[in-house]
Design a protein around this ligand. Structure first.
Ligand code: M6R
Length: 572
């Protein structure tokens, strides 16, 4: 959640910050702001709403600043108002800060500020950091940074300006990522690899840095250290490449993403007693591969949402592997669950798309998906790459050859777009919709429902098909769309019965299937190629992504940045 950017160098400062904020906007987008280090002092410009609104405000701003910091926010402490928007100034206007993360002891720190006669103006925890910097400043900013960081509990990535040094950015972090970009004559800082320019250095946990156009100096516990150089950050691939939205571009990128992922993991094996952990779509990916895991390992496997895993009775992990799944690698619940699993003795494997993310640092073993940067808040290629990665590591025998054919099958499934567009006409915001399936199709159905809910705001319910008659069927009336995923030939009779049950109550059945008979029994079919049921979710999800996309387009929704959401949820 939230994006941080900082720049110091010869480029026009508002353009440089705007460029970074645009790239980071997918991390949070309810307000944005910049602080400029002008010769006359620190100047803050903020606005509620999208980065474009801030950029409008910045156009025409006359400034002599060559250094600044910026932030795009997803509100946690305090509503998205201009006062709560970052950057925040300290009481004496000597420091400006932008912050990602959550300060857990913010009540205590607020009291500390108030005791010193400082009245915070915003509802945020972040503003307190600016005040602490100024309180601890005695002529040496680095020591003020160190003392401030020591006072903070929780997670933070902070970039700060000091009025006395108009070409310097200070940065410090714990648990939230921060990357320093270094190029000749100019440097920057960003909370995400996609906005870092030049050679990228990862500021380590607990480290703090002084960044000027001449380069970056980094300290830890009072001693100078060399930060880790990052390779493998997939920086490129920004821009929609002619597509109307990132989501559509990323849907189209799925065959390539799956192929790279499967290739890179072709020699890895995942076996033993497994528990999969993830949130949102990553949890749906876990559900999607559970039957495959049970089949391959010939023993039970389980899936937990990360939040629930944290709340389970102390499940001992001895002899068991926890597979923590996350596209971003920054989801707070998943990272916390991985830490907890390690503490309980589980062996850990991260399945993540972002190398050098918080999750990959917590887990000793990693299996990276190769989807490249995913910008649309609604994940598509992130999900299919996760399923492909897990299938590549779990499949045994002849199924391994079938896994290698998944990218081609995903490509074929993209051909369902015209039918998905027609099916989208059956969905309306005031009408509930269902997505149902059995075994591996449950994970795919839940993901189809999540995609539709997330970008159209239509109440879409994902269910195991057998559950429909246990209550939810009460919602089915004339015209209720029911997306029925069917990929397991052994379950055809059950699927046909479900279709008949839905139609008998006036529901409209949209089948996602390779099967002619099931397709004929439906009102509309989204055809997919015939792939083995156990690995099918990577393919069957595709028409449902297209369906959600076209339904959102019809409703003129903000597809890449749906309301209330952010790309990665870095708060628990
Ligand atoms: O980065 P992660 O995979 O850990 O993200 C987990 C969820 O927040 C994410 O999948 C979310 O549900 C998506 N926006 C769904 O499209």
């Amino acid at each position: 959640m939230c994006g941080i950017v900082g720049y110091t160098g010869e480029d026009d400062i508002t353009t440089a910050l705007g460029r970074g904020l645009e790239k980071l906007e997918y991390r949070g987008y309810d307000s944005a702001g910049v602080a400029l280090a002008e010769s006359g002092g620190l100047r803050v410009i903020r606005s509620v709403g999208r980065v474009a609104k801030l950029e409008e405000k910045l156009r025409g701003v006359v400034t002599d600043a060559r250094c600044g910091i910026g932030h795009t926010r997803w509100a946690t402490h305090g509503s998205p108002t201009e006062i709560n928007c970052h950057p925040h100034l300290s009481f004496g206007r000597r420091f400006a800060v932008v912050h990602n993360g959550v300060i857990e002891n913010c009540r205590k720190l607020r009291e500390l500020c108030e005791d010193r006669g400082i009245s915070p103006v915003s509802d945020t925890d972040s503003e307190l950091i600016a005040h602490l910097l100024e309180l601890f400043f005695d002529g040496d900013v680095i020591s003020a940074v160190r003392r401030t960081a020591e006072m903070l509990e929780g997670s933070f990535a902070v970039a700060a300006l000091h009025a006395g040094e108009p070409d310097v950015i200070y940065a410090f972090r714990r648990s939230s990522p921060l990357i320093i970009g270094v190029s000749p004559g100019r440097c920057g800082v960003a909370s995400d690899g996609c906005a870092a320019e030049g050679d990228t250095l990862l500021l380590g946990d607990g480290q703090y840095a002084r960044i000027s156009p001449a380069g970056a100096r980094v300290w830890e516990n009072g001693k100078r250290v060399s930060p880790g150089r990052i390779s493998g950050f997939a920086v490129g691939s920004h821009g929609t490449a002619g597509y109307a939205h990132y989501m559509m571009k990323e849907i189209a990128e799925q065959p390539g993403a799956a192929a790279r992922t499967i290739e890179s993991l072709s020699r890895r094996r995942l076996s033993g007693s497994l528990a999969f952990i993830g949130c949102g779509s990553s949890y749906n990916a876990a559900l999607s591969v559970l039957p495959l895991a049970e089949h391959s390992a010939r023993r039970g496997a389980s899936a937990f949402t990360a939040g629930e895993f944290l709340l389970t009775e102390k499940l001992s992990g001895r002899g068991r592997t926890a597979v923590a799944i996350s596209q971003s690698g920054e989801t707070a619940d998943t990272v916390a669950a991985a830490r907890e699993a390690a503490a309980r003795g589980w062996s850990l494997l991260a399945v993540a798309n972002v190398p050098r993310s918080s999750l990959t640092r917590v887990c000793r073993r990693c299996a990276l998906t190769q989807a490249g940067p995913e910008i649309s808040v609604a994940t598509t290629k992130g999900f299919t790459s996760q399923v492909a990665a897990l299938a590549a590591m779990l499949a045994r025998g002849a199924l391994r050859d079938e896994v290698r054919r998944l990218p081609a099958a995903i490509e074929k499934a993209l051909a369902a777009e015209a039918d998905a567009e027609t099916a989208a006409e059956l969905f309306a915001p005031d009408k509930a919709a269902f997505f149902i399936g059995r075994r591996a199709d449950v994970g795919a159905a839940l993901e189809g429902a999540l995609k539709l809910r997330e970008i159209t705001y239509i109440p879409a319910i994902g269910l195991a098909a057998g559950e429909l008659k246990h209550g939810s069927i009460a919602l089915i009336e004339e015209g209720t769309p029911v997306v029925l995923v069917h990929t397991d030939p052994a379950l055809k009779d059950k699927t046909l019965l479900t279709a008949a049950t839905v139609k008998a109550r006036g529901g409209r059945v949209i089948a996602v299937t390779h099967d002619d008979e099931v397709a004929a029994a439906a009102d509309l079919a989204l055809r997919i190629p015939d792939v083995p049921h156990l690995i099918s979710p990577a393919v069957s999800v595709v028409p449902m992504q297209l369906l959600a996309y076209h339904a959102a387009l019809r409703l003129a929704r903000d597809i890449d940045k749906p309301r209330n959401l952010a790309k990665s949820v870095t708060v628990e």
